[in-house]
Design a protein around this ligand. Structure first.
Ligand SMILES: C[S@@+](CC[C@H](N)C(=O)[O-])C[C@H]1O[C@@H](n2cnc3c(N)ncnc32)[C@H](O)[C@@H]1O
Length: 296
C-alpha cells in the first residue's frame, strides 16, 4: 500500500509533487538536443483559478503575526496548479487551462495577464475537461508535441474514455488525482451491489464493469423463502488502488508503482495521486523520476 499523507497537508503535498515533476520535465526538454525538437505542453484540465482551492489552511484571516495579503511564504503556499506551472523555469512552450466554471475562467484570464512573458502561449478553454481534452488529444500532431497533463478533479468527473484518449497519443505523461475515498469507495456499498446510477458512474470511471467481480463476492444465504444470493463488498482501499493502477497499466506504457495516498485529518484516504507515462522511449525515465518524487 502507498504512503499516507494526512490532513491539511494533502493539497500542498499534491501540488509540491506535481510541481517537482514539471520542473524536472522542462529542464530535460530544454537541455536535451533531441527533446528540443518537440513543442511541450502543460495541460491543467481542472485548472481552478491559479490560487489554491481547498479549505485546509485553518486561518485564512490575518493575525498580528501573519498578514496573509503580503506574507511571501503564505502567498507561496496559496498557489494553485496553473500558477505553479506558469512559474516553472524553464517554461513549457504552451499551456492549456481547461475550466468548467465561467467565473474561474475569468480568474484564469486575470492570471494570464500577470505573466505577460507567457501570455501568448497560454490558451484558456471554458468547458468540460473530458470533451476539450479528448478533442485536443485527437487534433494535436504528436510527431511534434509532448505534454504533461494534470487531472485534478474534485470527484469522479474523469471518464475512462478521456484517459484512453490521453494514453493513445503515446506522447503524454499523466498526473491524476484519483478520488479513491472521496467518491469511489463511497459508492461501493457494503451488503449489495451499488444502485444502477452509481454502478454506471463506477463503470464510466474504470472503463469496464469488472469492478463488480473485483470488489464484490457472491454468497448464498438462507432466508424464509429459501436460498438467496447476495453480493458483499470485499474490496478495501488497497484493492481499489491495485485495480485502478492495473487499468492505467492496460493503456499506458508504464505506471508509477508507488502512488501517494492522501488522507483527511481523520486519516481516511480521500485521493490517490497517480502517474502514468505514454511514450515508449520516455517512459522509463519519466516513471523513475515520478517514483522518486512520490516517495515520502
Ligand atoms: C480541485 S479543483 C482544481 C484545483 C487546481 N488544480 C489547483 O491546484 O488550484 C477542481 C476544478 O475543476 C473544475 N471542474 C469541475 N468539473 C469540471 C469539468 N467537468 N471540466 C472542467 N473543469 C471542471 C472546478 O470548477 C474546479 O475549479
Amino acid at each position: 500500500m502507498s504512503e499516507h499523507v494526512f490532513g491539511g497537508e494533502w493539497t500542498r503535498e499534491k501540488l509540491e509533487r506535481v510541481s517537482k515533476y514539471l520542473q524536472a520535465y522542462t529542464t530535460i526538454f530544454h537541455a536535451n538536443e533531441r527533446a528540443r525538437y518537440f513543442t511541450t505542453y502543460f495541460v491543467d484540465a481542472f485548472a481552478g483559478t491559479g490560487d489554491r482551492m481547498d479549505s485546509n489552511i485553518p486561518e485564512l484571516t490575518s493575525t498580528p503575526l501573519l498578514d496573509v495579503e503580503s506574507d511571501p511564504e503564505f502567498i507561496e503556499l496559496q498557489k494553485g496548479s496553473s500558477k505553479i506551472a506558469l512559474e516553472v523555469e524553464p517554461g513549457f512552450d504552451r499551456y492549456l487551462f481547461i475550466e468548467h466554471s465561467k467565473k474561474r475562467v475569468a480568474e484564469l484570464e486575470k492570471l494570464k495577464a500577470l505573466y505577460p512573458g507567457r501570455a501568448t502561449s497560454v490558451l484558456i478553454k471554458h468547458g468540460d475537461a473530458n470533451t476539450v481534452l479528448t478533442n485536443w488529444c485527437v487534433q494535436t500532431n504528436w510527431q511534434r508535441h509532448r505534454a504533461v497533463v494534470f487531472l485534478d478533479p474534485y470527484g469522479m468527473q474523469v471518464n475512462w474514455s478521456t484517459i484512453e484518449a490521453i494514453a493513445a497519443t503515446k506522447a503524454i505523461d499523466l498526473w491524476m488525482l484519483f478520488p479513491i475515498g472521496q467518491a469511489v469507495n463511497r459508492l461501493l456499498i457494503n451488503r449489495k451491489l451499488p444502485p444502477e446510477g452509481w454502478a454506471n458512474a463506477l463503470t464510466r470511471t474504470f472503463g469496464e464493469d469488472t469492478w463488480r467481480q473485483r470488489f464484490y463476492k457472491k454468497s448464498v444465504q438462507q432466508s424464509l423463502f429459501g436460498e438467496e444470493e447476495h453480493e458483499t463488498k470485499v474490496a478495501d482501499f488497497a484493492d481499489i488502488q491495485a485495480y485502478f493502477l492495473e487499468r492505467l497499466g492496460s493503456v499506458f506504457e508504464s505506471v508509477a508503482k508507488n502512488p501517494l495516498l492522501l488522507c483527511n485529518s481523520r486519516g481516511t484516504p480521500i485521493y490517490l495521486l497517480c502517474f502514468a507515462a505514454g511514450n515508449e522511449k520516455g517512459a522509463p525515465t519519466a516513471v523513475r523520476m515520478a517514483q522518486d518524487i512520490l516517495r515520502p
